[in-house]
Design a protein around this ligand. Structure first.
Ligand SMILES: *Cc1c(COP(=O)(O)O)cnc(C)c1O
Length: 393
């Protein structure tokens, strides 16, 4: 005989630990079955008047409400809204601006963000000005010009510049300008933009949050109820919502974020040190290498250096490409943040469409390579690096 059904359980107690919240925060919406993991609610619509307040999946579904509750906790934010991709999350934020508004952005911003502003939002009259946010003398522009929004990323792609988020937030707060931080490269586990003073923390959950390279997703976290209303509106009005299945996969991934990030950090630091010791290498950038230009800021605002390593191998185009093709555990692919290692050659991949002079100006030389260091055994990754290095001699 099955035991008598119990009353609906009270919510789980709040924890202050990332590892516990990642697994227990959020609702299950499964009190009638006792399922330990919430099922996938593959439904487009809901019966009118249900206690959860659901009506139509474009404006809310248990799978993304679960994900939202968990990510808000992990980012130490009051609210979170999830989207179909990082680019959808970016679109949601920019859709709140008006014609004539100007955004101030870090000049080394993510390529797809750059393209969206240049080729889509410009048509709607939203302007953008780029400058170097590692130079505090540039912050005076924020107070003077009062942009509609300040948009930074830290660490940046692909050069892994680290921006002092608290220092930027101090200026934006004083000027009454909202600050958005794209937290994708750092991850929620290693960096908390909201605690550092940002108004919005944006994630491409495709990367470290999900961590398994099997779904796309995005999220915007905030403390502001007003911004949250705007994000919920954008989600339903622009049709930017994730699919229930992708939200379910992303939440499953988020449950192991802490463990994965610890290993990503450990492996990437060892990998960066190993690469730095190779003769002829021009530079290796990793936020937790003492040679990093913003090492002190990285130590101050990040709990670990994350899993990305960028290096200028000092090779010409042909040699760089041969080196990358000799690697066994680093397939050449865009994206990052998955359990598997990947490599990327910006000059011929992500930045191939950027004019040569422009890409050289921002430091993207023919010998520049970016590694997403996975969670494989470090000895295998270092041995792979060594054999490819020998192979091109
Ligand atoms: C990948 C990425 C995005 C875009 O996210 P998608 O999920 O690919 O749409 C935005 N910002 C950064 C820093 C990224 O790495």
């Amino acid at each position: 005989m099955p035991p008598k059904s119990k009353k609906a359980k009270s919510p789980k107690p709040a924890s202050s630990h990332f590892e516990t919240d990642a697994i227990h925060a959020g609702h299950g919406f499964a009190s009638e079955t006792g399922a330990v993991i919430a099922p996938i609610y593959a439904t487009s619509t809901f019966e009118y008047g249900n206690p959860g307040g659901f009506d139509y999946t474009r404006s809310g579904n248990p799978n993304f409400r679960n994900l939202d509750a968990t990510l808000a906790k992990l980012e130490k934010a009051a609210f979170c809204t999830s989207f179909a991709s990082g680019v959808s999350a970016i679109t949601a934020v920019v859709s709140t601006l008006r014609s004539g508004d100007v955004v101030h952005a870090e000049e080394n911003i993510y390529g797809c963000t750059f393209r969206l502003f240049a080729q889509v939002f410009a048509k709607f009259g939203v302007g953008i000005e780029y400058y170097d946010f590692t130079k505090p003398e540039n912050f005076a522009r924020i107070a003077r010009e009062k942009p509609a929004l300040v948009w930074i990323e830290s660490p940046t792609n692909p050069l892994l510049k680290v921006i002092d988020i608290a220092a930027v937030a101090e200026v934006t707060r004083a000027s009454g300008v909202p600050l958005l931080v794209d937290n994708t490269f750092a991850s929620s586990y290693l960096q908390k933009p909201i605690e550092l003073g940002a108004d919005l923390s944006l994630l491409s959950t495709t990367k470290y949050t999900n961590g398994h390279s099997d779904a796309l997703g995005g999220a915007v976290c905030t403390h502001s109820a007003e911004w949250q209303q705007k994000m919920i509106f954008a989600q339903k009005a622009l049709g930017l919502q994730p699919s229930p299945f992708d939200a379910w996969l992303t939440l499953r991934g988020a449950k192991t974020e802490a463990v994965r990030m610890e290993r990503h950090c450990e492996n990437a630091l060892a990998f960066a040190r190993h690469l730095e010791a190779k003769p002829g290498v021009k530079f290796v950038r990793y936020p937790f290498l003492p040679s990093h230009p913003q090492y002190d800021i990285a130590r101050k605002q990040m709990r670990g250096g994350s899993g990305m390593v960028t290096a200028d191998l000092g090779f010409d185009l042909d040699r760089t490409q041969r080196f990358l093709s000799l690697l066994q555990y680093f397939p050449k692919a865009e994206s990052l943040g998955g359990i598997e290692s990947l490599c990327c050659h910006p000059a011929s991949m992500t930045h191939a469409s950027v004019p040569v002079e422009t890409r050289l100006k921002v430091g993207i030389t023919d010998g520049l390579v970016r590694f997403s260091v996975g969670i494989e055994h470090i000895e295998d990754l270092l041995a792979d690096l060594d054999q490819a290095w020998k192979g091109i001699r």
